[in-house]
Design a protein around this ligand. Structure first.
Ligand code: SF4
Length: 228
């Protein structure tokens, strides 16, 4: 079990799943390439992260719900958690909600600007939210949804044993890398061409050095005729 002070952001998992160096540049070095997509993504998230609830007949919607898992050492904010009424005698797992009768099954929903990605980065982030909710509520959550802006579509994510295992092992790696405090070396791969940090990372020119600071030091030293 982790202490409150050692909790790491759930959002880091999607960066880590994509590339360990990208994760380090953002979360260890504080680098961030703000572009049109990330700005629009922030607006989408700002709206979803305002704490509020909404009620419909058999549905309750909680926005901006704080999440936490001491077992995994993760914390974050869920865009949306839907609670679907499942009735009193359903075999599905549900929780009681204040001021309404029956049992309600939670279902995390994450909003993403743009298209579904090639790898399961968003699925891992959503699964981490579900694992936090399961620990907080003491029930099992079978599935959630990812909502993409281009094209506007909602797709179900089943929290299979394989996805849970991937999410938990990536979380362990997240803690390991955070403790090490080291930025992995750049290594050019095909995915670099679609990376928002390409210009900062310079995967073809920065392969010998660990950090952007190292790279700048090396570049200045070479300019001045010195070895770094
Ligand atoms: S450019 Fe490539 S190596 Fe660099 S952070 Fe992005 S994906 Fe990782």
């Amino acid at each position: 079990m982790y202490d409150e002070d050692d909790l790491l952001p759930i959002s880091a998992l999607q960066h880590l799943a994509f590339c360990e160096r990208q994760w380090a540049l953002i979360h260890l070095e504080g680098a961030w390439a703000e572009n049109r997509l990330t700005v629009e993504g922030h607006h989408l998230h700002d709206r979803a992260h305002r704490p509020e609830t909404e009620s419909r007949r058999d549905l309750r919607i909680a926005r901006g719900l704080r999440l936490r898992s001491l077992r995994l050492g993760l914390s974050g904010i869920a865009d949306v958690v839907e609670f679907h009424r499942i009735g009193n005698d359903s075999t599905a797992a549900g929780v009681s909600l204040s001021e309404v009768t029956g049992l309600w099954q939670p279902r995390p929903v994450e909003y993403k600007r743009g298209r579904p990605k090639l790898g399961p980065y968003d699925e891992i982030q959503l699964c981490a939210q579900a694992l936090c909710l399961e620990e907080m509520l003491g029930i099992s959550i079978p599935a959630g949804d990812l909502f993409y802006g281009e094209p506007r579509q909602r797709s179900e994510v089943v929290f299979s044993p394989d996805l849970r295992e991937k999410t938990e092992s990536l979380t362990a790696r997240l803690h390991e890398l955070t403790l090490s405090g080291k930025t992995p070396l750049a290594r050019y791969e095909k995915k670099c061409d679609s990376c928002s940090l390409y210009e900062l990372c310079l995967p073809k020119g920065l392969g010998r050095t660990h950090t952007v600071a190292d790279y700048l030091f090396e570049a200045i030293s070479q300019h001045e005729g010195k070895e770094p």
